[in-house]
Design a protein around this ligand. Structure first.
Ligand code: IYR
Length: 223
């Protein structure tokens, strides 16, 4: 049966221009403090905080409201270890064979290598899967739309929700990532999109000095 979508009034929170400006500035000040962390403490993040952040991610705009994502949140030490071992195997191939000199050069300021201890140390790994298809109640296969855009936006919401809740993150994409379907027992038609490492930074954690481009370099305004 086709679902009904009866419109309801939207209770939009209209701000004054002064409030808009203040909120816009406050958001920028808060979000610019987010940094990718590669050195995590093993202190656990409460499961309820992770759950709440995933609920936020699930509100993301997406193609035809098919919600083409699945999140697997892992705090289990044995599963984290399996993921670390499989990811490091892929990463060794990347650093030793697959990556071009140009790519390695572009990465050099990050100081990364094939060793990924954070995959075991950090409180949680949140593996985000992209679903090319949905299934209705009768088991009929339905195509999902704009899946990479949708999952990218949801992942952005997730990172923002975690940062706002005091959780540091690292976006990690060993390639290929099919091993995640096997370890996490996800169906073959779900594509691993990203591992989001989430936890507290380790004591004394350092991050590289990087600049963000100024507004004139990232935007054009046509009034
Ligand atoms: N996946 C590798 C390499 C890597 C690639 C990019 I592009 C980065 O911004 C960072 C790392 C790794 O995780 O080491």
């Amino acid at each position: 049966m086709k679902q009904e979508y009866a419109p309801i009034p939207y209770e939009f929170n209209t701000l004054t221009e002064a409030e808009m400006q203040a909120e816009a500035e406050a958001f920028y000040q808060a979000i610019k403090t987010r940094r990718t962390v590669r050195d995590f403490s093993d202190k656990p993040i409460p499961a309820s905080v992770i759950e709440q952040a995933i609920l936020s991610a699930g509100t993301a705009p997406n193609g035809a409201n098919m919600q083409p994502w699945h999140f697997v949140a892992i705090s289990n030490a044995d599963i984290k270890k399996q993921i670390r071992l499989a990811a490091e195997q892929e990463e060794r191939e990347f650093y030793e064979q697959r990556a071009s000199e140009e790519w390695l050069d572009a990465l050099s300021h990050l100081g990364t290598d094939a060793e990924k201890p954070f995959l075991e140390t950090a409180s949680h790994l949140i593996v985000i899967f992209l679903k090319k298809f949905s299934y209705d109640a009768q088991g009929n296969k339905l195509k999902n739309y704009y899946t990479s855009e949708s999952v990218g936006i949801a992942t952005g919401f997730l990172i923002n929700a975690l940062h706002t809740s005091g959780v540091a993150t690292l976006t990690h994409t060993p390639s290929p990532m099919k091993f995640l379907n096997t370890i996490l027992k996800r169906p073959a038609d779900e594509r691993p999109y990203m591992i989001l490492v989430a936890g507290y930074p380790a004591d004394g954690c350092q991050v590289p000095t990087i600049d963000k481009k100024p507004l004139v370099d990232i935007a054009t305004f046509l009034d």
